[in-house]
Design a protein around this ligand. Structure first.
Ligand code: DGP
Length: 115
């Protein structure tokens, strides 16, 4: 737990969030500034600033997150219609919270290429 990290504090329930799914390793909660009708963030409980900081020996965590996303999409009722998963990494990507998080977007037609 990194004391000054917003997402660590959400994972530990120190800060409120609309939690969609949680287990011993990950938490999914709705984004505070939704960019689509469904916009949920999925984070590991353990703090990694970004994908770049995940050690090779912890990559199983990413597999775990990805394995749960279809069920999270189903819970948000976008599994059948389709959804987009985004992992911003580093300054050029637009990442502004430096605790690894996947975005799950759905509920509208997505554009390509992304901005
Ligand atoms: P990114 O740009 O990839 O780092 O996305 C960070 C996202 O986190 C952004 O869509 C807004 C969201 N966010 C920032 N602070 C909070 C918060 O306190 N609560 C919730 N639920 N979402 C937050």
């Amino acid at each position: 737990m990194k004391r000054d990290c917003i997402f660590c504090r959400i994972a530990s329930k120190e800060l409120p969030a609309k939690i969609v799914y949680e287990d011993d390793r990950i938490v999914a909660f709705d984004d505070i500034r939704p960019q689509a009708p469904v916009h949920t963030l999925i984070i590991p409980r353990d703090h990694f600033a970004s994908l770049n900081e995940v050690p090779a020996g912890r990559m199983d965590l990413l597999q775990h997150i990805l394995s749960k996303i279809p069920a999270i999409a189903a819970a948000k009722e976008v599994k059948a219609g389709g959804y987009r998963v985004v992992l911003n990494t580093g300054p050029d990507s637009g990442q502004d919270v430096f605790h690894l998080h996947f975005h799950l977007f759905g509920g509208r037609k997505m554009h390509w290429p992304p901005g």
